[in-house]
Design a protein around this ligand. Structure first.
Ligand SMILES: [Zn+2]
Length: 146
């Protein structure tokens, strides 16, 4: 993805960026901050401006997603864009069991919808209810109490 983006934008390929991607791939967290890569950044001799410029580039190239959370101070967090898949799940409110499902029609509706001042990237849909096993238990219990 980076190669494609760099070619499309007539940019220079740098070793620092490649090293930074490798450093980030080593992080075993789904969401990370600049702090999480700071140690390796120093070891790899990647300068702070290069780090920030590269992160911006990775966000533009849709390699990373940037999340901005304010917890007293604004904290920038990053997440791999590839992890951000559309997800559709059913959840049982009794036992917590989860299952995923796929619905192309729903996917089309969400993507084709116009959002005011907003460009959608991906989505999560949760359908809450009662699973078959729990439903069976409920029916049994009702029958026993009669
Ligand atoms: Zn259940």
């Amino acid at each position: 993805m980076l190669d494609e983006y760099i070619r499309a934008h007539n940019m220079r390929h740098t070793l620092e960026r490649e090293r930074l991607l490798k450093v980030m791939a080593e992080i075993k967290k789904p969401i990370f901050t600049v702090h999480d890569i700071d140690e390796q950044r120093k070891e790899q001799h990647i300068s702070v401006p290069t780090l920030y410029n590269s992160l911006e580039l990775f966000v533009s190239a849709r390699i990373l997603y940037k999340l901005e959370r304010t917890q007293g101070v604004t904290c920038e967090q990053y997440k791999w864009a590839l992890d951000a898949k559309n997800s559709m799940r059913v959840i049982c409110t009794r036992c917590g069991r989860e299952a995923s499902f796929n619905d192309r029609a729903l996917l089309q509706i969400v993507h084709n919808r116009k959002y005011a001042n907003f460009v959608p990237a991906h989505f999560s849909l949760y359908v809450y209810g009662v699973c078959k096993a729990c439903r069976r238990l409920m029916i049994q219990r009702n029958a026993d109490s009669e």
